[in-house]
Design a protein around this ligand. Structure first.
Ligand SMILES: C[S@@+](CC[C@H](N)C(=O)[O-])C[C@H]1O[C@@H](n2cnc3c(N)ncnc32)[C@H](O)[C@@H]1O
Ligand SMILES: Nc1nc2[nH]cc(C(=O)O)c2c(=O)[nH]1
Ligand code: SF4
Ligand SMILES: [Mg+2]
Length: 199
């Protein structure tokens, strides 16, 4: 029995395919935590609503999607809430845990794959907390220069920003393709889930 008595503000738990970055195309159970410390103008996620859930309730909800053992912890900003205790519970039940984070807070012990998507506004304030990730995924608006913000990562992705306008998105995509062609150590990350119409 799990002895983590705290509750977590969970926005949604859903079963889909990872649409972005290194694990794109992989079946994944997403656990989206509410709240965020940033307010990116382009954010494509409404993370305000939530249900208070215990660690045990989270794991039982995730287990309904067995045999998938790949969990993507996201948000909002998950590092505001996720604890090593919760991550340990995932591991005890055989899960591989990937985390999507904006890099502004330390990553709790136990994340198997860290995807850091740094945000210019916050980094400029010099508040970035993490120095290393497995992959860095920079959202590109076609205007601001693309940078790793000093974060070390095995893999670098540029992800075209979805600005909600088809023709602008097409322009941004072309610029992202051009960037990858001139910076071949970067790869292109598309939001596959939006292209194929899944959550
Ligand atoms: C909703 S965020 C949640 C996790 C964390 N707060 C972060 O920003 O990495 C998940 C991913 O979606 C990306 N994202 C958010 N809005 C986007 C948009 N309009 N177009 C492309 N990527 C977007 C983020 O950069 C991040 O990589
Ligand atoms: N399919 C799918 N893949 C994703 N990869 C990162 C997501 C996120 O919102 O963190 C996400 C998402 O919202 N849906
Ligand atoms: S940090 Fe992530 S969740 Fe927060 S507003 Fe920016 S993109 Fe959205
Ligand atoms: Mg998303």
């Amino acid at each position: 029995m799990n002895h983590d008595v705290r509750t977590y503000k969970v926005n949604e738990i859903f079963y889909s395919l990872q649409g972005e970055g290194h694990h794109a195309g992989k079946a994944a159970v997403f656990v989206r935590f509410a709240k965020c410390n940033l307010h990116c103008s382009f954010c494509d996620t409404n993370f305000d609503e939530y249900t208070e859930m215990s660690a045990q309730q989270i794991i039982e909800n995730v287990q309904q999607y067995a045999p998938c053992n790949f969990v993507v912890i996201t948000g909002g900003e998950p590092t505001l809430q996720v604890t090593a205790t919760l991550l340990q519970l995932f591991h005890v039940h055989g899960y591989y845990v990937s985390m999507e984070t904006n890099g502004t807070h330390p990553i709790p012990k136990g994340v198997d794959w860290i995807t850091c998507s740094p945000k210019k506004a916050f980094i400029e304030a010099g508040d970035v907390q993490i120095k290393q990730a497995n992959e860095i995924k920079v959202v590109y608006d076609g205007i601001h220069p693309i940078s790793t913000f000093g974060i070390e990562a095995e893999e670098r992705y540029v992800q075209p920003c979805d600005v909600g306008d088809e023709s602008r998105n097409k322009e941004i995509l072309q610029k992202a393709i051009q960037f990858v062609k001139t910076h071949p150590q970067w790869k292109l990350s598309l939001q596959l889930h939006k292209l194929i119409g899944i959550q």
